[in-house]
Design a protein around this ligand. Structure first.
Ligand code: GLC
Length: 684
């Protein structure tokens, strides 16, 4: 049951699609207070053993209790234990005070979630309601999964990318020319690895101008996309939120002329600096601006591109108008008193990037009203991605286009996925990648993953192997690294054959992973869950923070520490352990419920099949479109009888409910298989 409590007059965020009536009375689990003007505070006492799950893209463990998270979308590459905000605002969690319940705070500005930080038994949510009110939702249900499903039904169906987007993808900041892109394609394949996409980071553009292509280094983009497509590889360019400010650049001229940009206090287009230098920011809270900006993607789609990643859309500002003025003032002050001490103090007195003074000096226009950006800050990345998503639905209703974003708010999950931003080549970030997955799946961001191998810092071969072994199971499987860091393409590694085989294991598992993904999107469920969500009565399972359930049939326990030869794994029921060195070379072992030390060599992928589980697998090919999905093998751990509903389709169209896309498979203990539909199944 969902109850919506309204406080003041909220700003319409468009997070919720199934509108709820306002409930009478006050929230059941929280007391509500206005301790000072401009704040609404929700407080409750939480039993000391109660976990808190959710908060989407955020640091720390799967159980979020014991820290303060702040909803304030931030271009923050420091993903450490004390980082309060990352790129997305996902204000949803579940907990249990005797009855399980969930909370969703629908508010476009800053919200602080103290989940037992200052006082261990107190949960306190502070909403900065000086300008807008909020909608506060309490959701009760039979268990966490039921609450999540009710929440997701309310906020709408998750984005489903094309099937090829479940293949392996290679990125780098930046591949500098079309020759280099082709070299990456050829060398990856020569190394024996499947590959479905190569990314273009900012340097493909002409002077970082959105929707342009450098005429020298990418002289024939349609030729490049065609050549790659013959190899079964797609090209995915980056689109940045900031549009280069330049007279004569047609898109900027048009944006200025039509008054489509976020404005400053004087009513002119606000200027902030990003990669192109000075830039303008489309006012995507306006539907006509979304239509305008979204339609621009066609320029690249017409050249054979089939996917995009939207970046810097918090929006990130290297500096804005106000921080620039402050810097100028400081410079003048220093000129007047040019001593070193003075300069040093000034250095510490302010920053330039992503400053509140700049966000406060940007204005949106919503229904003819001027709205300061800082009050609706968390909606910007959502709406710039929505602009593209809406354009794709309008122009290509029968085709899926890959789309994911860095910044987001609940609601954006209907238009695209997200990647987990600028992580580092750190062991702790493999664990963070794993621990972030369930919270994101709770909030509807099903298509997600982290930069495999780590974005910043230098990777090592061991780190890359171990990270890839987790990446096999994340819907987005992309290797990405920053300019200046050690190269991470698999063919450059001594362990290239092992990396290739790990990626091939992903392709083998694709029928299952795709099926579980699409079913989770259609049924408003979580493909990736903590053990606590399924084994609710098992206190050990509820405490496990480094293993995950992947769909209904399997569990994973990836290695995230250096120099490990294995790890301890808790099995909440009898399971079958598969240890894959490649799709063709693996061993299987039955393990009883309990804790086991499981050896795992550097080149091995571990997966655990649940009791009576069936996992359909394919023969690994060099890309998704070359994979034969008509003849599948079944990994099956059958003690008496197992059944599985397999979803499959052409990977492009959107007729998900077509019964022809579903096969019902049953396997009994004697190995007999029955299945509906056209596909042929044999036991592996
Ligand atoms: C940002 C993105 C990163 C990208 C870089 C250059 O840091 O998060 O993925 O490579 O910008 O475009």
């Amino acid at each position: 049951m969902i109850q919506k409590f309204r406080f003041g007059t909220p700003f319409e965020t468009d997070a919720v699609v199934n509108k709820q009536p306002e409930a009478a009375g006050a929230p059941k689990h929280f007391s509500v207070d206005n301790p000072e003007d401009g704040k609404t505070v929700f407080t409750m006492t939480l039993p000391s053993t109660a976990p808190v799950y959710g908060m989407g893209e955020s640091v720390r463990g799967i159980n979020k209790r014991g820290f303060t998270y702040v909803a304030h979308n931030d271009d923050n590459p420091h993903h450490t234990e004390t980082t309060r905000s990352l790129y997305g605002a996902h204000n949803f969690f579940v907990t249990n005070d005797g009855t399980p319940f969930g909370v969703f705070v629908d508010f476009p500005g800053r919200v602080e979630f103290d989940l037992g930080d200052r006082e261990p038994d107190t949960l306190q949510i502070t909403v900065f309601t000086d300008t807008f009110g909020l909608d506060f939702y309490e959701i009760e249900g039979t268990d966490y999964k039921d609450i999540v499903t009710q929440f997701r039904a309310m906020v709408g169906q998750s984005y489903i990318p094309p099937k090829w987007a479940f293949g392996y993808q290679q990125c780098r900041w930046s591949y500098m020319s079309q020759e280099e892109v082709l070299e990456v394609a050829e060398k990856t394949r020569e190394a024996g690895a499947p590959l479905d996409a190569i990314y273009l980071d900012i340097d493909y553009m002409d002077h970082y101008k959105d929707f342009t292509v450098n005429p020298e280094t990418f002289a024939d983009l349609p030729g490049l996309t065609a050549q790659l497509k013959e190899m079964g590889i797609r090209l995915v360019p980056i689109i940045d939120a900031g549009v280069k400010k330049e007279t004569g650049y047609d898109i900027d001229d048009e944006g200025v002329e039509k008054g489509y940009y976020v404005k400053n206090a004087q009513g002119q287009a606000f200027t902030g600096a990003v990669w192109p230098g000075e830039a303008h920011f489309p006012d995507v809270l306006r539907p006509e601006v979304r239509e305008w900006f979204g339609d621009k993607y066609k320029i690249l789609l017409d050249q054979g591109v089939e996917g995009f990643w939207n970046d810097m859309n918090e929006p990130a500002l290297f500096h804005g108008e106000e921080s620039w003025k402050r810097m100028e003032q400081a410079r003048k002050a220093y000129e007047e008193t040019p001593d070193y001490d003075h300069l040093w103090k000034l250095r510490d007195s302010f920053g330039m990037s992503n400053q509140e003074i700049d966000y406060k000096a940007m204005y949106h226009e919503v229904d003819g009203k001027r709205i300061p950006h800082d009050k609706v800050h968390n909606l910007y990345g959502y709406n710039i991605t929505r602009a593209a998503g809406e354009a794709f639905q309008r122009r290509y209703p029968d085709k899926r286009i890959l789309l994911f974003s860095r910044s987001s708010y609940v609601g954006m999950h209907r238009y695209g996925g997200i990647w987990q931003g600028d992580n580092n080549s750190w062991w702790s970030h493999i664990l963070l990648n794993m621990q972030m997955m369930p919270g994101l799946h709770m909030c509807g961001f099903l298509y997600t993953g982290a930069d495999i191998g780590g974005f910043g810092q230098d990777t090592t071969e061991e780190l890359l192997l171990r990270w890839m072994e987790l990446g096999v199971f994340t819907p987005l499987m992309r290797n990405h690294s920053a300019i200046g860091s050690r190269r991470q393409e698999i063919y450059r590694q001594k362990y290239a054959p092992d990396l290739a085989n790990i990626i091939r294991v992903r392709y083998m598992l694709l029928p299952y992973l795709y099926s579980e993904f699409v079913k989770a999107a259609l049924n408003n469920t979580m493909m990736i869950r903590p053990l606590a969500f399924d084994f609710t009565d098992d206190p050990i399972a509820c405490d496990v923070q480094d293993q995950l359930l992947i769909g209904d049939e399997m569990m994973i326990a990836p290695i995230y520490t250096p120099n490990a030869r294995g790890r301890a794994v808790y099995l909440p029921e009898d399971m079958q352990l598969y240890r894959f060195r490649s799709p063709e070379d693996y061993d299987v072992e039955s393990l009883p419920k309990g804790t086991h030390y499981v050896p795992c060599a550097l080149n091995e992928v571990l997966l655990f099949l649940r009791s009576n589980a069936i996992v359909p697998v394919a023969q690994a090919a060099d890309c998704v479109s070359h994979t034969d999905y008509s003849k599948l093998s079944l990994l099956a751990n059958i003690t008496d009888r197992g059944s599985y509903t397999l979803y499959d389709d052409d990977g492009f169209t959107r007729d998900y409910t077509n019964p022809a896309h579903y096969s019902q498979i049953t396997v009994t203990a004697d190995g007999a298989i029955t299945a509906t539909g056209e596909k042929k199944f044999t036991l592996a």
